[in-house]
Structures are given as structure tokens and as C-alpha cells.
Design a protein around this ligand. Structure first.
Ligand code: SPV
Ligand code: MN
Length: 679
């Protein structure tokens, strides 16, 4: 591998000066392995003593003691090599102590990456104008020579990429402090969970991770003492803001070696290693574990986890029906997870395992990096309350103004009253200002976000969130931004129909969550809302999911939703809060309390059931006309979609291999049902 080659060379060169010695540990065997068994661990540690000596020379005694405590030679090597390459002036290793964690925020304020708002513990951060979303064109999955993931996934040869990245990162931390933060993806001490080590020169990045993940330092110490192979698995993330030169922005993920590196960017989705970058590493790990033993297959999905409450008035107030929801970015995932008739477990990323035939899920995160646009007290009471009451919040790319109570954040849709002026990522902003094309400039970026811990939410289900066994999943919901094809809610005909058609054939309109989507909106193929995060060919991803679900003796029910259906006048047919009704209906369906009308596209709700729920939950009279327009089966549109998606799946160069027959069976079946060719 280029990275290791280069560093091995460097390591030898420095070793001549008595600093680094190229130790013989497991980096070349893949990042996710360390010594299996205590004896081997001790041996490995012994061979790494020169590496440890080298770290001693670079770190203060206080920081070195924290690293030495983790008896993981793979970590020492990773850290020593990264220091050698990036050349920081100093290194700070953050342990789980309150003092160390507080130091992160202090450093972010000191460097100016974060600035204080009036409210204690609330800060804001601006990313550069060109760096306001995930940069998909600068993002690559690194693959060994000869590996082809198909045209849907953007890949790069690992050796070339590592060479390029080494050059971009060489000396990038000169004059800066390197920060090392260990976090845990998933509940601590769970078989679902994986430790991640972030190295960065950006306090903003680690301040986000501090809020978004569980602490992992003590867990890594514990695992390194145990010395077991699985206990020692950890992911590596390296980031440097570099010179924030747009042309040098790179986000590279090497799922075959468990490491990601990004440079010349600060936007969270490109830099917070444990978030979207880790998804590629985890997904590959779940596939490889499954190839070794089918029962060990696990999934990494772009899914919320929530527990919908039973209806109080019907005597089911204590019931919780846990559901997963896969939605593309900026398509309502966080707001769904926060509906008032549910408890939230997670709003973005879930790992799924087969536990005794049941699908169980954990939220790998412990916080929210949520969209702010349109968030207001009426539609998002939980999120607004949490932001107001929390003493630990990061706002990014909002407008900052001081018209009311000192420095405050504002975002589009926060309130009808808009500040007269303020400061945003682009500089000074005035109400009514227009761009060079005469278009109004919004106060905040559409992808402006808020970071806060889930423990600050009144509606969080902490017991489930921290359960090392995860939670049993009763339903999986797939949804996209679909203006004209799918009905607002329906239940799949069966598991294959749901997984293959609602999940793997999903299409959705692009959004401002990516730099490219913000420039041009179009409907794109987005299987299970995961297309941006795959580390395998689409064909293999479909098969990976198929095998996982086929292995379940108690599979969840599958539903499809669409919040974005439009009428012929282009207006949305549903209000933002209508989703409360859709989820309550699904909750009742799972518990056998409502029937469906069977149609070729699945089971749709009966008018009476929806009318009851609209009244009950929203106090609204839902008319039969609304129902008929929303639940009309748009046959031609669906047939058009089937043809588009079939063409993609038939093109093996596009999906990177051959697709399971089940996918085509479901496309053919749906088509035949719509055309009335089968009963
Ligand atoms: C998304 O875009 O899907 C997000 C935010 O959840 S980011 O971290 O940018 O991926
Ligand atoms: Mn997301």
C-alpha cells in the first residue's frame, strides 16, 4: 500500500537517526486486526517498543502516558506514522476525563474555528463558501488494483490515492496541534460496536465527535488489555484542514484497510471521520464478516431508529414499536425521528445484526448533526426544546445576528421575523440582498446544521440507545424525495417486494446536503438511500442485504413512504406533520389493528383509518378528496420508474456485477401486477 510503503520508507529513514523503527505489526494485514491472544499481544507490544520510544520523543510526558496506557501496537504505529507525515508542533491525546473533553471546546474557541454565541455553551462555526456540503466529486473509495465497484461508485486505485494524499498531508500540521480523540461507534461494550480513532488538526471536528459519539478511550484501554482479535478492531481517521484550498480537497476512504483520510475541507460530512466516512469502513467489515460466516453478516445503513408509541386513548400508551427509516440526506430523516408520537433512538446511521433470527439495530451515534432549515417550534418542538435547553450546542453555517438578546443564530424558516442583517459563512448579510444574478441570498445556508447530544432531548429513549443488545426491529421504512410517483404510505406485498422495490429501487431528488446537489437538482437512483456511502458494488450491496434479510426467521415488515408528493399545480399534497399519521398507521398495522386495501403496489390505508388518525393526532379533517388524490396509483409514472431502474440494474458495468435474480423478479412482478397480467 502506498501509505504504508511511504511511511515505512520514512520510518526507516528516521530510524537511522534513532527515532522510528519500522515494526512488524499488522497494518499490512488490514487495519482491523491486532494480536489475537495475550502472548501474541505482548510480543507485538515488545516489537513496537522502538515505535513507542519514538512517540515518547514526540509527545510530552503527560500525553505519552495516555498513549502508552493503550496496549495496542497498531495504534502506536498509526500515531507515529501520522505524526511523522503531518509534522504537528504538538500533540494532544484526549482521554475520557471531563478536563480533556473541556479542552477540546477551549481549543476550538482559541483557534477561532468556533465562536461563542450569547447563550453559554452555544457556539457557531462557518465553513468556506465552497465547502458547504459533502463533496462527492472529491470523494473516493480506495480499491486495490483490479477491483471494480462499477460506475455508480466513485473509486480510485489505493496506491495512487495514497501517494497523492501523502503529498497533500506532508507537513500539513506544521505550526498546529494534532488532536487525537478515541470514540466508540455504538454502545460501549457491545458486539455491534467498533472503536474509532480520529486524528485531526481541527478542534471543530473533534468537538463534533465529542457530542456525536460515545467516548472510547477507556474502552480501548480495556480492549487492549483483553487482547482479543475482535476486541482490538478499530477504525482510523485522519483529517487536516490543510490550507483549505478548494483544488486540494480530497476525501479518501480505504475500506480494505480500515482507514480514511481527508484534507483541505472542514464541512462535517467530509471530516467527521466517525460519521459518513466510517460508514464505508463498517459496511465492508459487515460484508467480510458475513463472507466468513453467514450468521456474522451485518449491515451498515443510512437509517433512523425510533420507537412509535401506541395510542394512549386506545389503552396502548405504553407500547413502543421500533422502526428503522432509510431516507436520503435532507429528506426528513431527523424530523421523522423527532415526531412527537415516538421516542428517538437515532436519526442517521444504524448497524443491524441478526440476533437469533431477529433483526436488531443500534444507533452508532449518540448525538444529532441535524438540518436547521425550516426547523421551528410548531413543527419541530422536540428539536427546538433540546437546542434551547442544552448547554452544549454547535451551529454551523447559520446567520449570526444580535438584534434580540445578544449574539444569536438564525436560519431560514426559524421564525416569520427575519433579522435585518448579520454575519454568515459568506460574510456580511443584509435582508433583501441579491446575488450577481439578482437572486435573493438566503440568510443561512440550506445545509446549515446543529450538533448536540441526544441526551439533551426529552424524547430520547436512553435505555434503548445504550442497550448493548440493540433493539428488535418491527418495521423498516424506505422513503425518498419523490414529486410524482409513490403514494404517501403503503405496506409492501411481502419482504422481497419491500426490500427489492421500495429499498433497492429507490429514486430521490438530490439536495443541498452535497455540494453538487446544491447546484443542480435531479432525480437519482439511490438504493436504500445509501448510494453515497457504499463501499462495494451496488450489485453486491443488493445481495448483501438480500442475504441478511433472508437469514431472519422473524423479518420486519417493510413500508414505503413519500412526504414529497405534489399535485398537478406543483404544490405538496401533504403538510410536514402528516408523517405523524403515517407512522401511527404503520404502528397500528404492525400490531394488527388496521386492515389495508390490497393494491398492485402493496397495502394502502383505508380512508376511515387515516381520517381517524388525522383528527386524533393533528385535529384535522382529512377529506376523501385529499385521500383519493394522494393515494391514486400513478401507474404510468411507476412503469416509467421500473424501466429506468431496470436499465440501471441490467448494466453490469454500472452496478459492478450481476444482480440477484430476486431484484428482477420483483421488477417484473410489479410491472405485471400494474398491467393486470397477474391476478
Ligand atoms: C447527510 O448528508 O446524510 C448527513 C449529514 O447526515 S453529513 O454528515 O454531511 O453526511
Ligand atoms: Mn445522513
Amino acid at each position: 500500500m502506498g501509505y504504508d510503503d511511504m511511511n515505512d520508507k520514512d520510518a526507516v529513514a528516521v530510524a537511522d537517526e534513532g527515532a522510528f523503527v519500522d515494526g512488524d505489526v499488522s497494518a499490512d494485514e488490514g487495519a482491523s486486526t491486532v494480536a489475537d491472544g495475550t502472548d501474541e499481544l505482548i510480543n507485538n507490544c515488545l516489537t513496537q517498543i522502538p515505535m513507542l520510544e519514538a512517540l515518547k520523543a514526540k509527545l510530552t510526558a503527560e500525553q505519552f502516558a495516555k498513549i502508552e496506557k493503550i496496549k495496542n501496537p497498531e495504534l502506536w504505529k498509526f500515531l507515529a506514522e501520522t505524526i511523522e507525515l503531518c509534522g504537528p508542533d504538538k500533540v494532544f491525546v484526549c482521554d475520557d476525563s471531563p478536563e480533556d473533553l473541556a479542552a477540546i471546546r477551549a481549543k476550538a474557541l482559541e483557534t477561532g474555528e468556533e465562536k461563542p454565541l450569547s447563550r453559554t455553551g452555544h457556539v457557531y462555526h462557518f465553513d468556506p463558501e465552497w465547502d458547504q456540503g459533502r463533496a462527492t466529486s472529491d470523494t473516493k473509495v480506495l480499491v486495490p488494483e483490479g477491483v471494480d465497484f462499477g460506475k455508480e461508485i466513485s473509486t480510485k486505485n489505493v496506491n495512487e490515492a495514497n501517494k497523492e494524499m501523502d503529498e497533500l498531508m506532508r507537513g500539513a500540521m506544521k505550526g498546529r496541534e494534532m488532536l487525537v480523540l478515541v470514540s466508540c461507534l455504538g454502545p460501549v461494550g457491545s458486539k455491534f460496536s467498533i472503536v474509532g480513532v480520529q486524528i485531526t488538526d481541527s478542534p471543530y471536528v473533534v468537538d463534533n465527535e465529542r457530542l456525536l459519539y460515545r467516548r472510547g478511550y477507556e474502552e480501548m484501554v480495556r480492549q487492549s488489555k483483553e487482547g482479543s482479535a475482535s476486541g482490538g478492531r478499530f477504525f482510523k481517521f485522519v483529517h487536516s484542514s490543510g490550507s483549505l484550498d478548494k483544488s486540494g480537497r480530497r476525501i479518501y476512504m480505504d475500506p480494505f484497510n480500515g482507514i480514511t483520510r481527508s484534507v483541505n475541507t472542514q464541512y462535517g460530512g467530509n471530516t467527521i471521520g466517525l460519521k459518513k466516512l466510517a460508514m464505508r469502513l463498517a459496511m465492508r467489515a459487515g460484508l467480510e464478516d458475513g463472507e466468513r460466516a453467514e450468521s456474522e453478516r451485518w449491515l451498515t445503513e443510512h437509517m433512523l431508529v425510533m420507537g412509535v408509541k401506541g395510542l394512549e386513548g386506545e389503552g396502548h400508551g405504553g407500547r413502543r414499536t421500533y422502526m428503522l427509516g432509510a431516507f436520503p440526506s435532507m429528506c426528513g430523516k431527523t424530523s421523522t425521528a423527532m415526531i412527537p408520537n415516538a421516542v428517538v433512538v437515532g436519526d442517521d446511521i444504524a448497524y443491524l445484526r441478526n440476533c437469533g433470527g431477529e433483526a436488531r439495530a443500534v444507533n452508532v451515534e449518540a448525538g444529532v448533526f441535524g438540518i436547521l432549515e425550516g426547523v421551528n417550534p410548531k413543527d419541530d418542538p422536540q428539536l427546538v426544546r433540546a437546542m434551547e435547553e442544552s448547554g452544549d450546542v454547535i451551529y454551523s453555517n447559520v446567520l449570526v445576528h444580535d438584534e434580540l438578546k445578544g449574539k444569536e443564530p438564525f436560519w431560514t424558516g426559524k421564525s416569520p421575523a427575519v433579522p435585518e442583517s448579520g454575519e454568515n459563512f459568506a460574510g456580511r448579510w443584509e435582508k433583501g440582498c441579491v446575488d450577481a444574478n439578482g437572486k435573493p441570498v438566503p440568510a443561512s445556508h440550506p445545509n446549515s446544521r446543529v450538533t448536540l447530544s441526544l441526551k439533551d432531548f426529552e424524547n430520547v429513549d436512553l435505555d434503548v440507545l445504550e442497550n448493548p443488545e440493540g433493539v428488535g426491529v418491527s418495521a423498516v421504512v424506505y422513503g425518498g424525495r419523490d414529486p410524482d410517483t409513490s403514494v404517501p404510505v403503503r405496506e409492501a406485498l411481502d419482504l422481497d417486494h419491500g426490500l427489492m422495490l421500495m429499498g433497492m429501487c429507490l429514486e430521490s431528488e438530490t439536495t443541498a446536503a452535497t455540494v453538487e446537489g446544491a447546484k443542480q437538482k435531479k432525480i437519482v437512483f439511490n438504493p436504500a438511500s445509501n448510494i453515497d456511502f457504499l463501499s462495494m458494488p451496488v450489485a453486491e450491496y443488493v445481495d448483501h442485504n438480500r442475504k441478511f434479510f433472508a437469514g431472519l426467521s422473524k423479518p420486519p415488515r417493510i413500508f414505503g413512504v413519500n412526504y414529497f408528493l405534489q399535485g398537478s399545480d406543483g404544490k405538496f399534497l401533504n403538510g410536514k406533520n402528516d408523517k405523524w399519521v403515517w407512522y401511527q398507521w404503520m404502528e397500528k398495522r404492525v400490531n394488527g389493528e388496521v386492515d389495508v386495501i390490497e393494491t398492485p403496489i402493496g397495502g394502502i390505508p383505508k380512508y376511515e383509518d387515516l381520517a381517524f388518525l388525522f383528527k386524533e393526532l393533528l385535529g384535522k379533517d382529512y377529506t376523501r378528496e385529499e385521500y383519493e388524490e394522494q393515494f391514486a396509483i400513478r401507474k404510468d409514472k411507476i412503469l416509467g420508474k421500473i424501466a429506468r431502474v431496470r436499465a440501471i440494474y441490467k448494466d453490469s458495468a454500472c452496478v459492478g456485477g450481476s444482480v440477484p435474480a430476486k431484484l428482477f423478479e420483483q421488477l417484473d412482478r410489479q410491472e405485471a401486477l400494474l398491467l393486470g397480467q397477474v391476478g
